[in-house]
Structures are given as structure tokens and as C-alpha cells.
Design a protein around this ligand. Sequence first.
Ligand code: GLC
Length: 740
Amino acid sequence: MSASSAALSDAEVERRVSALLRQMTLEEKTGQLTQIFYKFIPDSATPEERIRKGEAGSYLFVTDPAEVNRLQRVAVEQSRLHIPLLMGFDVIHGFRTIFPVPLALAASWDPVLVEQVQTIAAREAHAAGIRWTFAPMVDIARDPRWGRMVEGAGEDPFLGAASARAQVRGFQGPYIGSPEHVLACVKHFAGYGAADGGRDYDSSYIPDVSLWNTYLPPFHAAVQAGVGSVMSAYMDLNDVPATGNRFLLQDVLRQSWGFRGFVVSDAFAIRDLTTHGFARDEQDAAYRALTAGIDMDMGAKSYLSNLALLVRQGRIPEAAIDNAVRPVLAAKIRLGLFEHPYVDVSRAQQILNAPEHREFARIAARRSAVLLRNQGALLPLSKNIASLAVIGPLADSQKDLQGSWSFAGDPSEVVTVLQGIRNKLPPGVSVAYAKGVEIRRRYPSMFDALQNVSPAPAPTAAEIEEQFDKAVSVARRSDLAVLVLGEHEDMSGEGASRTSLDLPGDQERLLKAVVATGKPVVLVLINGRPLDLSWAAEHVPAILEAWYPGTQGGNAIADLLFGDASPGGKLPVTWPRSAGQIPIYYAHNRTQQPETSPEFTSRYWDLPSTPLYPFGYGLSYTQFAFSNLQLRQNRVKAGERLEVSVNVENTGNRAGDEVAQLYIHQQSGSASRPVRQLKGFQRITLAPGEKKTLRFMLGQEELSYWSPQEKKWVEEPADFDLWIGPDSTATLHATFAIIP
Ligand code: GLC
């Protein structure tokens, strides 16, 4: 078992922190502000040496419970003050059980599910000795060229805030130190997703109006949910690196939001303040980061090497070091590390292999998938089919289904799409497999370099053609073909930006060749961002977006393909027709001539400026009707609440899920307001013919925005449009007004 069964009082924590601080030397304090990589990055001293000398307060990437105990024993028994280590790790979407990637979880539009997923992830990580996860990642992303879109909750601040709250609750439980829970760390503060060109780590230029209304709300939601730590971002924001940015770290995080946890830099981001050309040298970098509000140094040891000197030179008061150490020690005390520094290794194995965790991963993968097309109701398929071809470079790949940030997962446990289909169908059905094409990055992933993994040798031209022809002939000999296409797990995530959204490699040529056989084709996508489906959207009857679905992905996809579950997910991002449309997002301003005006069909002359699929879009195996939109009041004063209700009916012949989405538009104000903004959603399950009345409340939280004219949050007298429907193009409409 772990920490206390109730939250420690602030006074008790403060007393214990102060008592410790009084005993600590300046070097021991800077040691507590130092986090060191256990893997991937070589160190000049062994962990034992560092820990014994009090030079490390935290390690990251120690994932073996026995190793955690070994290093903790050095800290607790051999260091001078016996302060335990805080073990951190990227538990982003699972630990040993890998769940769908965060973008997929966002596509479930089910915060309860998201909280349950992160509760299980925390339980597994905690059992292994991890007490701190570097999640949730809440960066708003509106540029799918950016590889890290996969790690967040998409483009919308309302959906992103709901995801942030749910994840913090899931990881931390009701309080920091809750049994079998871990400290959460909301990241990357802030504006990382707006990188120029979608190029990872590149500069972000975000005006205040977008910072406050779009990029900051999910972070604020995490802080309001009690997140215990924050991670600063790599890039510079409006020319000031986030890791040395007083506006972010002091004005916003501590002054405006009252955050009282601690801030850790991203990996080497303190040292890299010199890379930015912001800090003169590493000592200056340490000075800038500490004085801006970074408490802990991840990976660089810049604090270890420079802070004591800066104090002795009189450039930094020791009280500033104490202020950084306090929240770190407070976290260790709240987590119960002093009372319970060790884990039970045998119990860890039981928890890491709990079958109920794998079963829940299957449920999560089912609820995260989005049905993009189902022409002629091709899906769900019959299990009485005589023969089936399963084709594609991702059809029988285990590692790819885990997605990025799955280092503690076991790829050998992953159920592939091919295996899931074979598990599903009776023995007499012929299920043939062909890989069809190879896909690979042009430049290797940085994680390969860090793990000394060299790419497999490229196939010869003859091998390429042979496997392509084999795939087409396998399709020709079958009654139906399931193509499993998309991106390798290293084609999304960190250091995985792209200039195009094309299906990598020869996948589209393979898709066209299989469609040309005349057999019915189902396309299953394994990917971490919208891809260019312009051709498939016209020629492939059924398209299921499965994202990176995790350990049980193959079984979940087979459940959906054969109707043992119905897809009910919705897109958390706008799906472009082409990379040329980027940035493209639904909550845009009208500015000039809307595309709806007759003489102005598009802002481009070569493509519509509308997306291929809108934000919030997703089909089902049944149909739903929205009706009877009612507002209890049509006129409210600022600060008053508005109650809205709507009926949703399942008009089809199968049970299914719908996500009712509520959007508003403020028609005038001290600033132009987006044509639509999500301000409410509810996912419901309805039996055939069943009708439900849903209720939504709108109040100051939903009706205010940060005004660039007023330079503050306002709720203004104005007329509003309101829509409720199945996606961001909802047509069921009403109006209301905020009156003076
Ligand atoms: C990485 C990522 C960050 C992660 C950290 C530790 O570079 O930017 O999201 O938590 O390093 O792995």
C-alpha cells in the first residue's frame, strides 16, 4: 500500500518541509532540484554516486520496480538526510497496459472513460514505483503537420479542458497522495502546438487573444483540478523561451491562477536557453530559469552546476532556492514517500498483468474509434463471410498499435488487427494476409538514435513489386478486403512532424489497386493525425479511424468491424482535404465574405476551403435525430445561467452512441467572435427508437471571453446563436441575448 488514507494538512506539510530545509546544505537543496535521466542519456557519475551525495532528487525512466527499490534504498539509507527519490516517467496513455493515444481518447468525447483510463495507468505505474507522470499533455494543436498532435486532445479549448480535468483526476485521485495514484504534470506550458510550420520545437507566435481564449484554458483547467506540477515547454513563445518566460511562469501560472505546486523544465530546456540565444551561457541560463520560476531541472544538471555558485556570488538569494525546493519536498511528503519509499515487486507483477486492465483497454479502443464513411452500410460485416483479405503495412504490426510514448508497454502482448479479425471469425473462414508495401521515414526517429536502433534494410525493387502484387492477388481471391493503412508509431509523436498529410509511401497506390479489383474494401486507419483521404473518401465505401488503439487494438477493431460494438467516436480535430489548407479549424472568425455567399464558393480557387470532415464529426451504425431545442430563458443578464434542452432520438434499428454537441456564436462584441464555439457535449447510448431529453447549462464560464480591446475577461450584452447537433455543422438553431 502507499500513502496515507487522507490528505495531509497544509500546515503539517509546511511544518515538515521547513524542518527538512533547516537541515539541508545549499548543495543538497540544488540536488533536490535536479532530475536525472536513468536511460537514454549517459551521465558522468553513477546513480548511486549521485544519490549518495544528494545530487539527485528525482530520476526519470526507471520503470523496473526492483531497480526503483535499489535506488531508493541508496537514497533512504545512504544519503545524509535520507530524502527519498521522486521517480518520474511518461505515463501518457498507459504503463504496461497501453490504451489508445490521447488524441484517440479525446475522440471518445467521454471524460469519465478518460479518467478511468488514467486511473488504471496510475495504478500500474504506482505499482512499479513511479510516483510522478509527465502528463496530461494539453497542448492545443491546429496544425496536423505537428507530430505531437497525437499526444493531446486536439484543437478545441473546451474539449481540451474537459480532457485535462479528467486526466488530472484519473492520475492524482481525490488528493495528491491518494493510494495507487501518482502526481500529474500538465505540459507543455505553453503554446507548443502553435510551432511555426508544424515543425516540432519551432517558435510559437501567439497573440494574447489566442493565448487566453485558446491555448491556456486547458492548462487553467488542470490547475483548477489540482494538478501538482507543470512542465515548461521547449520553444520560445513570442521570442521569449517558455522556460525563461516570467509572463507565463509568474504572471499567469502563479499570480493569476494561484498555482502552488512545482514547475519542472522539459528535458535540457534550461541548458538550451543558451541554444535559443536567450541566455549568455549555462550559468546565465540557470539564473534566468530559476528567477523566472522553474523549480526543477530535467536532465541538464544546470542547476546542480551553477545555483550554489550564483547564491555565493550574491546573484540569487538562498531564499529563492528554498522557494523552489519547498514544493518539491511538499510533493514527496504528500505522496507518502518518506513513509513508503519501496514497492512490493511481486504485487507489482500481479497489477501490471491484471486482465481487467487489458479488458478496459479494449473498451477504450472501441469508444475512441471514429466511423468516417459507411457507404451502403457495408459495415458491420457478417461473420459468415467465406474469405477475407487483411492487407497493409500496419495490418499485423504489434509495436505500431501502441503508438508513441509506450516505453513500458510490451509489444508482444499487442493484439494486431489481423489477429483480432482471426480471433473474431469462425475457423472455417479464410483470412489471408499480405503486407503490400513498406513504409518508412525519410529521416530516422530521434528515439531510434537514443536507443541505438538502426532502421531495417530497405527491400529491393523486386521485393517491393512482389509483395505489392501478392497483396493485390490476395484481395482478388477474397470476398472482401480490409486495408490497414496509416503511419508507423514513430511517424507521430515527438520529433515526427511532416510537410504532407499523404498516406506515407505507396499506400495509396496499394489502396487504389485493391479497389480496382472490384472487391468491397474497408479502410482501417492507424495514425496520429488527420491524413489526406481525398481519394479514399470518394472511392472506399467504409473508413474507420482507429488511431493508435493500444494493447487490445486488434480485438477492439474486430468488435467494431463485425458489429459486436458500434462506433460512436467523434473527431477532436478538423480533418483537412489537403495540407495546403493548414491551419484549418472550425472556431474561426468570419472576417470577410463567408463561403456561403453565392459568388464566393471558396477562399481558394483550387479546393473548397471547407474541411473533408468537420470537427466533432463521426458516424454510427444507426441514425439519430435532434429536435425540440428549448431555452428556458431567451434573455439573461451577465452572470445569470441559461438552461437549454434538446431531444435526441435513435431513429435506426441498432443501438448506438451519439455525442450531442452545443455550439454558440456571439454576433457582436468588443472583438469579432468565432463563427462557432463548443460549449457543451454529452455522449449517450440509445436503443432503437429510444428518445432522451438532454439538458445543458450555460453560465459566465461559457459566455465570457478574454477581450483584446478590454484586455480582460468580459461577458458582454449581445445577441447569440446557439446550435445543438452531431458535429460542428449542427443546424438545429435557437437564439438568445445577454442583456445589460
Ligand atoms: C521529452 C518531451 C516531454 C517528456 C520529456 C521526458 O522531450 O518533450 O513531453 O515528458 O522529454 O521524457
